[in-house]
Design a protein around this ligand. Structure first.
Ligand SMILES: Cc1cc2nc3c(=O)[nH]c(=O)nc-3n(C[C@H](O)[C@H](O)[C@H](O)COP(=O)(O)OP(=O)(O)OC[C@H]3O[C@@H](n4cnc5c(N)ncnc54)[C@H](O)[C@@H]3O)c2cc1C
Length: 443
């Protein structure tokens, strides 16, 4: 396909969401010299930590290396789930559903959903929050059967209000026959990610939290029973430090860097669609995802006019010339009726995978606090882990979060440089293709 057949003439290689809020460093806050809690990373995780600390009267500073909202928090798909993906690794394996741990993490996932809903209401954040549910399409009949086996656990532990939709009723959910049926999770929502980010930023600023842009932390060392942070804008002393750098974690925290694998995820937005076509594609305005290992996720824009289509076109960054044709092809596999529709935006961000596919928060042996590892689903989860971290630092948590454990696995072959991603990407794509090929032969 020719470039001009899929790229709109006004194409921009930036997130569609930035038309509503563009990450900025305009309002450069002075860097204080001293604080109680220094938070490294100014995404949802960092801001949520700061907001809850401020609500509890604790002094804190947020240090962001780039513009405010530079990271995944203004680049994501805006799908908000209450735990349905937790513990699900690329291989499709989940936590053992019979384990007590599975119930506890799902229950905390459900709490993350309640928290984000409450925060948006309490802070009056206008971010197009809509509880329209989610449809997860089964890539093969075996995946459909595996989804069906998880339903009871999801409904029991996470109050997901989940149910199966067989293939012959799939068109109630999506104007496509692409999947072998799938699972609806009613307790899911969608929002405008950059406006949610802006709302969190405004809430922090309203409580006079210094949120400092272009303040990259370039060194952290223990000093006088606390911490000294060397930043690109000066030095800061803090009693506590919280690392909230997720998919952008670097070598200033090597012990954490080798526990998270940054993975690129890519999204395209289409041009405005004809209204009579746009309204039919996802009739219930749900968010959608696949059960593939190399999954796609998609939804309509908040105004219902564009398709926002994401996926792991490749596991590493790429140029629009590489990414757009792949995602456009994935999109038209699912929606042949979108052939000929042009792409106006394409962008990339980093998600952070962990070796046990679970989010993590806690404290390292030296006292450094962290919240990391969204595993691709962090809108509610990183908000929640930030809130939990702040409650803990303020001495206000009622019980430890299920994600607050000493176990945060690493691997002897990984030191923070994900050299293996292209090979893993190819291997998973091959396995997806084989599974699908066999399913087609059998059906
Ligand atoms: C393309 C894409 C699609 C996604 N879709 C969804 C979705 O639909 N639903 C969902 O729930 N989740 C989704 N996610 C995941 C979600 O966006 C993230 O989990 C969430 O935004 C992470 O928030 P965070 O605050 O932990 O990290 P981020 O928002 O990534 O912020 C981390 C920040 O740390 C800063 N930083 C790093 N090092 C330093 C340093 N040394 N000094 C100072 N600052 C530093 C970075 O500049 C960055 O801004 C998606 C992610 C991507 C990339």
């Amino acid at each position: 396909m020719q470039r001009n057949e899929i790229f709109h003439r006004d194409f921009e290689p930036i997130p569609y969401w930035w038309e509503a809020y563009k990450p900025t460093a305009e309002d450069l806050h002075d860097l204080p010299r001293r604080t109680h809690v220094a938070i490294v990373g100014g995404g949802y995780g960092g801001l949520s930590t700061a907001l809850e600390l401020a609500r509890n009267g604790l002094d804190c500073v947020v240090l962001e290396a780039a513009e405010l909202g530079f990271g995944a928090s203004t680049r994501n798909g805006g799908a908000v789930s209450g735990g349905v993906n937790i513990g699900k690794s690329f291989s499709g394996k989940s936590l053992d559903p019979r384990s007590d741990r599975a119930r506890r993490v799902l229950s905390d996932g459900a709490e993350a959903f309640s928290l984000i809903e409450r925060l948006i209401a309490e802070e009056g954040i206008e971010c197009h929050w809509k509880k329209t549910g989610r449809f997860v399409g089964a890539w093969t009949p075996a995946h459909y059967a595996s989804q069906a086996r998880r339903i009871d656990l999801l409904n029991d532990a996470a109050q997901s209000r989940a149910y199966m939709v067989p293939r012959d009723r799939q068109r109630e959910e999506i104007a496509s026959d692409y999947y072998y049926g799938g699972m609806v999770v009613e307790r899911s929502a969608n929002l405008h990610p950059a406006l949610y980010y802006k709302g969190m930023l405004d809430a922090c600023r309203a409580r006079n939290v210094p949120v400092c842009a272009r303040a990259a932390v370039i060194g952290i060392r223990e000093r006088d029973g606390g911490w000294e942070l060397l930043t690109s804008r000066g030095t800061l002393q803090a009693k506590e430090v919280v690392i909230a750098t997720n998919g952008y974690t670097g070598n200033i925290t090597p012990d954490l860097n080798r526990r998270v694998v940054p993975l690129a995820s890519h999204i395209i937005a289409t041009d405005e669609l004809p209204p009579d076509l746009a309204i039919t594609l996802i009739p219930k305005q749900r968010t959608l995802a696949d059960t593939r290992r190399v999954l796609c996720y998609y939804r309509m824009s908040p105004d219902g006019k564009r398709m926002i289509f994401g996926g792991r076109a490749r596991f590493t960054p790429g140029t629009p010339g590489q990414i757009v044709p792949i995602l456009h092809r994935f999109m038209t596999h699912r929606f042949p009726q979108l052939r000929g529709v042009k792409v106006t935006h394409c962008w990339t961000g980093n998600v952070a995978f962990t070796l046990d596919a679970l989010p993590h928060m806690g404290q390292r042996a030296n006292g450094m606090n962290y919240l990391l590892g969204c595993n691709g689903s962090g809108v509610a989860m990183m908000t929640y882990l930030g809130w939990q971290t702040a409650r803990k630092l303020a001495g206000k948590s009622n019980r430890p979060s299920a994600f607050d454990t000493q176990e945060f696995p690493d691997h002897s072959l990984y030191s923070g440089e994900p050299w293996f991603l292209p090979a893993i990407g190819s291997w998973y794509r091959l396995r997806d293709a084989v599974d699908r090929g066999l399913a087609t032969l059998r059906s």
